[in-house]
Write a protein that binds this ligand. Structure first.
Ligand code: TXD
Length: 318
């Protein structure tokens, strides 16, 4: 029996998610959007490529939650993206309303789904989604860290002229300007990057520039596109999480997960390394942080808390 994957939001990321899932044959796809025509048109277009790419899954476009019932995985991109000059936080008001609608739509129809939230501002929206939907905290997760880590690794590979496969690193904390690139645990071909700095093989200043470029990675693409935000790398990141769940791969991935005391944080979602398997978020992995990393991580947590307080001002029921 093929798995059922529902994509709430059939826009730039939603359509790309559907295409990637089809090519990987991860399961049948239901593309849901309030703009039903977009959902139906993209589902039909991707389906028409199946004889070429030889995938065998069903694709359905709809604006009816009944068509999404009993989904195994739900990936949510419903919401508005940034325009040039906007911050992710500027999207809070409108996307909070949208995520409440989505939570009401999925709560009854897919109570056992693994729900991956992508909509920005990510850390607060995924927290609101879990509270509005009442779904288990280990089955509601946010996608951001994989994207931020991928951008960081790509920039490092370009600078050091090393294949991306040879670079190990990740980014933690909130999905915003306070995200924490974990330089201390970054390895280039098995060697600590800070040792390469000591050996004069790479300049600290250059690393700092790469960390900054990663923090504004989203804004850089928003500015270049002029209309909309990144969608290929975000979609690839969402599929990485869905696949680890569907195939019980138990990958350790940086995601926005519910913290219940880990990293000294309680009752908050933030980007941390987690193990994703068939039970959802199976473990929050507590890695050793240097003093500087601890300080930066705390700043990031504080920024998420501040934005969540802003969300509670908009909707006191949170
Ligand atoms: O790393 C990350 N998490 C971010 C997330 C990376 C990139 C983009 N990020 C955010 O994802 C972005 O700021 C947006 O909040 C979402 C979706 O971005 P996308 O580029 O896919 O936006 P689109 O193309 O505007 O698609 C959004 C779709 C659009 O088709 C709307 O009609 C639909 O959402 N929409 C809804 N669907 C269902 N239900 C409701 N209520 C609804 N409202 C709008």
């Amino acid at each position: 029996m093929r798995k059922k994957i529902t994509l709430i939001g059939a826009g730039q990321i939603g359509g790309t998610l559907a295409h990637l899932i089809a090519l990987k044959e991860l399961g049948d796809v239901v593309l849901f959007d309030v703009a039903a025509g977009i959902a139906k048109g993209k589902a039909l277009d991707i389906a028409q490529s199946s004889p070429i790419n030889k995938f065998n899954i069903n694709l359905l476009g709809t604006d009816n939650y009944e068509d999404t019932k009993n989904s195994d995985v739900i990936i949510i991109t419903a919401g508005v993206p940034r325009k040039p000059g906007m911050t992710r936080d500027d999207l809070l008001g409108i996307n909070l309303k949208i995520i409440k609608q989505v939570a009401n739509g999925i709560r009854k129809t897919s109570p056992n789904a693994f729900v991956i939230c992508i909509t920005n501002p990510l850390d607060v929206i995924v927290m609101a989604l879990q509270k509005y939907s009442g779904l288990p905290k280990n089955k509601v997760i946010g996608m951001a860290g994989i994207l931020d880590s991928s951008r960081f690794i790509y920039f490092l590979s370009q600078e050091l002229k090393v294949p991306v496969q040879k670079i190990k690193s990740f980014v933690l904390g909130g999905h915003g300007d306070t995200m924490v690139a974990m330089l201390e645990s970054t390895e280039i071909d098995g060697k600590k990057i800070l040792d390469l700095v000591k050996e004069g093989k790479v300049k600290q200043q250059k690393l700092n520039e790469i960390v900054d470029r990663t923090k504004s990675g989203g804004a850089e693409i928003v500015k270049l596109l002029g209309n909309g935000s990144a969608f290929y790398a975000p979609a690839a990141s969402g599929v990485e999480m869905a696949e680890s769940y569907l195939k019980d791969l138990k990958k350790q991935l940086p995601c926005a997960a519910y913290l219940n005391g880990e990293y000294g944080t309680k009752d908050l979602y933030a980007g941390v390394p987690v193990i994703i398997g068939s039970s959802g978020v199976e473990k929050v992995v507590e890695i050793k942080l240097s003093n500087q990393e601890k300080e930066n991580f705390k700043k990031s947590i504080d920024a998420v808390k501040e934005l969540f307080n802003a969300a509670k001002k908009i909707d006191p029921s949170l």
